[in-house]
Design a protein around this ligand. Structure first.
Ligand SMILES: *[C@@H]1O[C@H](CO)[C@@H](O)[C@H](O)[C@H]1NC(C)=O
Ligand SMILES: *[C@@H]1O[C@H](CO)[C@@H](O)[C@H](O)[C@H]1NC(C)=O
Ligand SMILES: *[C@@H]1O[C@H](CO)[C@@H](O)[C@H](O)[C@H]1NC(C)=O
Ligand SMILES: *[C@@H]1O[C@H](CO)[C@@H](O)[C@H](O)[C@H]1NC(C)=O
Ligand SMILES: *[C@@H]1O[C@H](CO)[C@@H](O)[C@H](O)[C@H]1NC(C)=O
Length: 472
């Protein structure tokens, strides 16, 4: 077992000089949606302080409120603003409208407020007032206005779509957009995004799929907990989370229309901490597991099985519980924080939180429990990277092959007859190789990932008498 080929081993020796060009994927980015459908939220300057103390440096809002954009000035927090659905028809009708809108809501705040994108409408295809026909013309006009004010290279134009834009999402490889949307709006929108160097925004909620099908979907799979994985019968790719499967269904739908080169940002995702009796799965423990697992997933790098090299950029939904939202109880309970700024539950939000293990959920996924179980050694600040034995032989072997091959890890000590050959298990060998790679990469964020098969620890790993090197 666990004998990687000699050719891979030889390759590892000659590729040491090109490690930097073969990093799998950088860490993704985590932002938060700052929704304000509530009458009890803190004033914007206090909210900006909260974001800063939490290390959240990307925010998305649902309008272009002056108090909010002013409070964000000079904060170092980048913001995605929105042109609401109710203004789409005006924006579509006339560029003089978008010129004025961009001037009043973007130009007026730039550059002290760092606006990085404009969401034109939100989930337009499910707007009861049917604003679908206005979407692409409105996006075009907003873009033309940005060109006019020379902001087109710094600000992207996109529009968050709901997962319900898909006709099929299972298996992921069969992902397809609703046929009635394809010609009128999907193709023109994807073409617009490609032409302007923008990206698709997708709102994805595994919670909806889970709560509607709790009898057939495993809760662990929905919550980023360790599972044996689900194989996509269409392409044999293996999924370890419903979130990844949903995102890949969208990628497959884009592939089917030949837009494989477009990037995606997950503009909303989250899990409610409370729900009505029939909203199976809504609970604090589950919300902490989902959001905590997602943050870890994004920050430790790596993409989905279909797009392994595209790091995941996500916006959590949402910053606060919003007491004036209508609909089921869950709608008011997606927040990470109460309006008092108290945490609804404790999860890591930054890489620093993750590595210190200080901010772990009460009852999160197994891998988070592993982090919590290793007391932080803040005194030395040293970290190591080890394999997660729970992900299974196949994933460990794939990671091991990568680390010792393209990754350029020093795998000589785990060759037969060398110091770290024993114990002769894939987990031990993979741990050695993952750590070697991680240390060579100067413990850069995202360099301890290996498709989810690795995690960072703050105590020296113990496998037989093998010594794991630390930082250079
Ligand atoms: C957007 O629509 C709302 C509702 O119709 C309206 O009150 C508001 O003035 C519009 N905004 C602009 C900039 O025209
Ligand atoms: C639909 O349009 C009507 C009339 O313009 C407006 O009062 C209502 O708020 C709109 N509904 C939504 C969901 O936008
Ligand atoms: C919404 O409007 C578009 C065109 O603007 C039309 O093609 C579509 O059939 C409408 N959808 C519904 C549900 O009315
Ligand atoms: C990901 O990047 C690696 C290394 O650059 C490359 O070999 C591989 O083909 C890429 N995979 C995909 C799916 O693009
Ligand atoms: C954690 O989860 C376990 C089972 O998954 C459950 O028995 C226990 O009560 C939970 N603990 C808390 C604090 O919710």
């Amino acid at each position: 077992m666990s004998c990687f080929s000699h050719s891979l081993f030889v390759f590892s020796l000659i590729s040491l000089t090109s490690i930097h060009s073969t990093i799998a994927a950088d860490a993704g980015l985590v932002g938060v949606n700052y929704g304000r459908i509530a009458d009890n939220l803190p004033q914007p300057p206090k909210v900006v302080e909260l974001l800063k103390t939490q290390g959240l440096n990307r925010v998305k809002v649902y309008d272009s409120d002056s108090a909010v954009l002013t409070a964000l000035a000079g904060s170092g927090i980048t913001v995605t603003v929105a042109l609401p659905n109710e203004n789409l028809s005006s924006a579509a009708a006339d560029q003089s409208f978008t010129d004025k809108w961009v001037q009043d809501n973007v130009v007026a705040y730039q550059p002290s407020t760092q606006i990085e994108a404009i969401a034109v409408g939100n989930e337009v295809f499910v707007d009861p007032n049917n604003t679908t026909g206005f979407l692409v013309p409105a996006m075009n006009n907003v873009y033309s206005s940005l060109v006019k004010y020379k902001l087109d290279s710094s600000i992207k134009v996109s529009s968050p779509i709901a997962l319900s834009a898909l006709q099929n999402s299972y298996p992921s490889s069969a992902g397809a957009f609703k046929s009635e949307l394809i010609e009128p709006v999907i193709k023109p929108m994807l073409e617009f995004l490609k032409k302007t160097g923008s990206y698709l925004m997708v709102n994805a909620y595994p919670f909806f799929a889970y709560t509607a099908n709790a009898d057939v979907i495993s809760l662990d799979y929905a919550l980023f907990r360790d599972t044996t994985g689900v194989v996509d019968s269409g392409n044999s790719l293996k999924y370890y989370s419903l979130f990844d499967a949903q995102i890949d269904a969208v990628f497959a739908a884009m592939d089917a229309l030949k837009y494989s080169d477009l990037k995606m940002v997950v503009s909303e995702t989250g899990w409610p901490s409370k729900g009505d009796e029939n909203e199976v799965g809504a609970s604090e423990v589950n919300a902490a597991a989902y959001n905590g697992g997602l943050v870890r997933r994004a920050l430790t790098g790596g993409g989905t099985p279909l797009r392994p090299n595209d790091s995941l950029n996500i916006y959590l939904f949402a910053l606060f519980n919003e007491n004036q939202k209508t609909g089921p109880t869950s709608e008011k309970n997606y927040g990470l924080f109460y309006p008092t700024e108290e945490k609804v539950y404790n999860i890591p939000l930054t890489l620093k939180d993750l590595n210190s293990g200080q901010s772990t959920p009460v009852n999160g996924s197994k891998s988070q429990v592993v982090v919590a179980a290793t007391p932080p050694t803040a005194a030395t600040g040293q970290t190591w990277c080890v394999a997660n034995g729970n992900v299974g032989e196949e994933k460990l072997q794939a990671g091991l092959d990568y680390a010792c091959g393209e990754g350029g890890a020093d795998c000589r000590p785990i060759q037969e007859g060398s110091t770290c050959y024993h114990p002769d298990t894939t987990e031990a060998h993979a741990s050695y190789a993952f750590n070697s790679y991680y240390q060579k990469m100067a413990r850069k964020s995202g360099s301890c990932y290996f498709g989810g098969a690795a995690y960072v620890v703050t105590q020296p790993p113990k496998f037989g008498t093998c010594e794991f090197p630390t930082g250079y």
